[in-house]
Design a protein around this ligand. Structure first.
Ligand code: NAD
Ligand code: TYD
Length: 365
């Protein structure tokens, strides 16, 4: 039985990953979910698995040495799947130090505790152990609009936001543990994810939520920044594959070959919402392109991200499976079926967040 220590498992990708893994492997694996439950962590995401005997939740901060050491003491962990992070660029612009603390120091603590648990007296590591660090394409910086330019595993790091700089630092630390100690690890650098359980601070769920409420859809700058969107389950499959078959020390880029301008995404959401809402649903009348409002740009806004996933395809056989329009439709239907989930997380603190981020943003068109 393989034991997975998943950090940040109550967040968006982490909770999708736990569902995917328990669905695929059933009771032949054990999962320990370590999460601090920040604003982004929500145990409601895991309601349907919380009573399984092979799933355990530990509320802890990844920066807490004693708490993380205790998890490695209590369980014989085979894999760390390290998701826990502060993940939102706009928040990092307002509060950079929190990103350094969680993403850099938290990762350093996870590495130290794993090394301590897995290292043998001769300096080698116990068989079958590996640390899989989940990272982002944003570490590579921004690409020109040239459609032939892509991020490869060999592209030099050039992060621009406090978020991407902190993730880049954490990637470097993970690599340094491999190069210095022979520590068993992989890094995945993935493009933008979308799908169920994503917190409505990120583009796609924010637009779905606002459109359904008849609120303005705030598009930053000229709306032509490009992101490469991947359905979250495809990302989970890639992480599982890398965890199983990835060669220690290697990095794998994960992406959907699905580049879209932000404005195209917003218009697609409006179209699919209109197709999915029945004619007698009062929300349908609100959902139109009239809601689009161009607002003051994000500071330091990266223009284009585009991943070349050639290595993970050629070496491990991974390919994205979900077409974008189908993925957006599934996501929208999921939000329709989980309006109570959305209501719970958008009450209270979310209103203050929204006011702080968007309240004084200049409208430019
Ligand atoms: P998220 O913000 O939805 O979830 C983060 C989770 O980490 C939350 O459950 C939160 O409670 C937990 N957490 C935060 N600080 C913690 C701490 N100090 N100790 C313990 N737990 C803590 O993030 P996400 O979108 O699911 O992203 C997960 C990982 O994937 C991140 O490392 C992110 O950089 C990476 N990633 C995300 C995307 C994306 O599009 N969302 C793309 C590529 C890579
Ligand atoms: P986001 O979902 O925050 O992901 P990231 O910044 O990590 O790529 O944003 C995706 C794109 O959408 C990015 O170019 C910023 C833009 N955006 C808006 O135009 N309006 C919004 O309200 C948000 C949250 C994002």
């Amino acid at each position: 039985m393989k034991t997975y220590l998943v950090t940040g498992g109550a967040g968006f990708i982490g909770s999708n990953f736990i569902h995917y893994m328990l669905g695929k492997y059933g009771d032949s694996i054990e999962i320990i979910n370590v999460d601090k439950l920040t604003y982004a962590g929500n145990l409601e995401n895991l309601k349907d698995v919380e009573n399984l005997p092979n799933y355990h939740f530990v509320k802890a901060d990844i920066c807490d040495k004693d708490a993380i050491r205790a998890v490695f003491h209590d369980y014989d962990v085979d894999r760390v799947i390290h998701f826990a992070a502060e993940s939102h660029v706009d928040r990092s612009i307002r509060e950079p130090e929190l990103f350094v603390k969680t993403n850099v120091l938290g990762t350093a603590n996870m590495l130290n505790c794993a090394k301590e648990a897995w290292e043998l007296p001769d300096g080698s590591f116990r068989e079958g152990k590996k640390f899989c660090h989940v990272s982002t394409d944003e570490v590579y910086g921004s690409l020109p609009e040239d459609p032939d330019a892509y991020f490869y595993e060999t592209t030099p790091y050039q992060p621009h936001s406090p978020y991407s700089a902190s993730k880049a630092s954490s990637d470097m630390l993970v690599k340094a543990y491999h190069d210095t100690y022979g520590f068993p690890m992989n890094i995945t650098n993935c493009s933008n994810n979308y799908g169920p359980y994503q917190f409505p601070e990120k583009l796609i769920p924010l637009m779905i939520n606002n459109a359904l409420a008849g609120r303005k859809l705030p598009v930053y700058g000229d709306g032509r920044n490009v992101r490469d969107w991947l359905y979250v389950e495809d990302h989970c499959k890639a992480i599982d594959l890398v965890s199983e078959k990835g060669i220690s020390g290697e990095t794998y880029n994960v992406g959907g070959h699905n580049e879209k301008q932000n404005i195209e995404i917003v218009k697609t959401i409006i179209e699919v919402l209109r197709e999915e809402l029945s004619d007698d649903d009062p929300r349908k009348a609100n959902v139109s392109e009239d809601l689009i409002e161009y607002v003051e740009d994000r500071k330091g806004h990266d223009r284009r991200y585009a991943i070349a996933p050639d290595k993970i395809h050629k070496e491990l056989g991974w390919l994205p499976e979900t077409m974008f329009r189908e993925g957006i439709r599934m996501t929208i239907k999921w939000y329709f079926d989980h309006m109570d989930w959305m209501e719970h997380i958008t009450s209270g603190n979310y209103q203050q967040y929204y006011e702080k981020m968007y309240g004084d943003r200049k409208v430019i068109g």
